[in-house]
Design a protein around this ligand. Sequence first.
Ligand code: F6R
Length: 364
Amino acid sequence: DKSGYKHFMAKEIAEQPTVLQGALAHYINADATGVALPAPGLDFTKIERMTLVACGTAFYACMVAKYWFEQIARIPVEVDVASEFRYREPPVTPGTVALFVSQSGETADTLAALRYMQGKASKIVSVVNVPESSIARESDLALPILAGTEIGVASTKAFTCQLTTLAILALNAAHARGQMDDATLAKHLADLRSLPGILNLALGIEDKVSSIAAELSEARDILFLGRGAMYPLAHEGALKLKEISYIHAEAYASGELKHGPIALVDPHVPVIVMAPRDALFDKTVSNMQEVMARGGKVLLITDQKGATEASEGVWNTIIMPEIDPLLAPILYAVPAQLLAYHTAVAKGTDVDQPRNLAKSVTVE
Ligand code: F6R
């Protein structure tokens, strides 16, 4: 039942504040001072490295998590797509925790990668939406993301719930490893608990996004740029757009632009820059200016501070609420999803059942 929404995807985007609240309540204790993981838990003090494996959108959640685990918990992290990982048969060093992310819990390549790691990794952890799935059952520790049933083929609420669960896990790891004191942990957990309200605010950009999308729907190619943990978000924005609007979209790390893709820039290729006003903002803005100097048409997604500093000369700006920089990737999923959704609606494609795609990919 679409509860009055035109598509399941629209309903699932709008549901995010509510389902996130449930996930947060599940993992964060009531006074927001600590994290509760299901038994048998995970001893982060003994971890030497983590290997994160998934497909598609779940893989982009892993890419974000790499920034978190490395930056705040100082755990070396490797990420890979399951179809590459499983056949590469990588050597596994002692103290490696393998973590698999999957909405369905049945993705064939992810399950095969998990089975490859059984008996090699010191622990198999999964982050899943379907608790009775094969991936959950074959893990030592299965962490539910509590997104509820996702029907739209393009994953939306599962992505933000995956990110939220992974953020909580990274904070837990940072604290356990002595990289984060009690007060800082409590601050981040309190910020996490304000996320549903912030996401609700962010959903208010919808009218603006739909007018931008009317123009984007005319494009043949679109580039997404981001730096740091916004780089995986650029990938997620490009994937979502390709899947449901069939417009060719590519994501690049902002700093890679001048190593090739800048040759694509002309007034007919919109460039979407995802850049909250964080420590990397100035670097991204200078890449954005290189695009504009070559006639590129830039859509800047940033916060009020970022817009004040850098919106001169851009084609359009989407302003997001201010947020703890650590949690920005969760918030910036919303404009990525809404841009894809409204562009697809403008094109008249089948949003919930895009051509050639299946919700659960149980064959490789
Ligand atoms: C994108 C999308 C796919 C899935 C991928 C993995 O919108 O839905 O890229 O993310 O097929 O599926 P799960 O998470 O079920 O393993």
